[in-house]
Design a binder for this molecule. Structure first.
Ligand code: FE
Length: 336
């Protein structure tokens, strides 16, 4: 029995264990259960509809493909626009026409054809040493190529989804020639070869190996919540670079309705529930992210890192530039 068959059967077992005749919605999630379960419980309390969440570490597209029309999954939850768009491009989703969704989710953060919808955003920012970088010294993404940062920048692999989305945004603003120049110049400013995750770069700043790093905003919250990482977090400030003539690069967590969706109407109810301003605020606060509905606010801790203007571009545009961003990253030998 393959692992895939086994996990599929395991999900059916979970599904069958729920009370018969109960209305239900089945979710495949790349997001951790602890982040989403409280909201699922709130939805069940309000509507009587049970939500079964299967948490996946990888293989979501392969699994939906293998299950085809018999898939029990109604919704997929994931982070990163290229992953959301990947499910759409694999022809595994269906559009949702809903005023509640379009009212609560700004146009840059949903698919123009209504296949995916963002729920929260995270900015890709610069973590800057409190000791060695002055306030205001970090300005733009373009400026990371300046020789004054030589030997001072740390980052994770240029081929990671978060980095590819940033490079794709650079490409959107500047085109291929300048993006390749930028990648090469940033590489020449690195203190060490790209390695580790976003938090490992902040640790390196704390340890004195570099002065600035690239990272997603919510990791500041996660580090502060971890006794072993608090010192790393307290050694840096969050700085919000912009693209020249644009804003700060953001990415999303989001959701899509599967093509198979056996519980389509209740699944759309759940999508609308999650998109409501209050649910967005709770969901965002759980992971130190930003809600996106008009009038919503991030948690006080998150607001304390500073305010910013999100770069104005539909994230589908970024997703479509991913392949080119990867090619340029490889030509620049960014990780080499
Ligand atoms: Fe992350």
């Amino acid at each position: 029995m393959t692992l895939r068959t086994y996990t599929t059967l395991a999900l059916y077992a979970v599904t069958l264990a729920t009370p018969i005749a109960a209305q239900e919605v089945n979710v495949y999630s790349y997001r951790e259960p602890a982040l989403i379960q409280p909201l699922m419980n709130a939805f069940t309390a309000e509507t009587g509809v049970e939500v079964n969440v299967a948490f996946l570490k990888k293989g979501l597209i392969e699994r939906l493909r293998a299950e085809g029309r018999r898939s029990p999954a109604d919704l997929v939850f994931t982070v990163d626009i290229s992953r959301l768009n990947g499910v759409v491009e694999a022809d595994l989703t269906q559009p949702v026409q809903s005023n509640a969704l379009t009212e609560n989710i700004p146009v840059d953060f949903r698919d123009p054809n209504n296949h995916w919808f963002g729920l929260t955003t995270r900015a890709r920012v610069v973590y800057a040493s409190n000791d060695r970088v002055s306030p205001g010294e970090v300005t733009t993404y373009e400026d990371l190529a300046d020789p004054r940062w030589k030997g001072r920048i740390c980052t994770r692999s240029g081929t990671h989804a978060y980095m590819l989305a940033l490079t794709a945004a650079y490409l959107h603003h500047h085109g291929e020639v300048d993006t390749l120049k930028w990648l090469k110049a940033v590489k020449s400013n690195l203190a060490r070869k790209p390695q580790g995750n976003d938090r490992a770069q902040v640790k390196a700043i704390w340890a004195g190996e570099c002065d600035i790093s690239l990272g997603n905003t919510y990791y500041m919250g996660k580090m502060l919540a971890d006794p072993e990482q608090q010192d790393w977090a307290n050694s840096v400030s969050v700085e919000f670079p912009i693209f020249e003539g644009g804003g700060t690069h953001v990415n999303v967590s989001g959701m899509a309705l599967t093509k198979a969706a056996p519980n389509r109407l209740d699944a759309i109810r759940l999508m609308e529930f999650l998109a409501s301003p209050r649910a967005q605020e709770i969901y965002a606060a759980d992971n130190f992210e930003y809600p996106i509905a008009p009038g919503t606010q991030a948690a006080p801790l998150v607001q304390g890192w500073g305010s910013f203007e999100a770069d104005s571009v539909n994230l589908t545009t970024i997703a479509k530039l991913r392949t080119d961003a990867l090619r340029l990253t490889e030509i620049a030998d960014f990780d080499g």
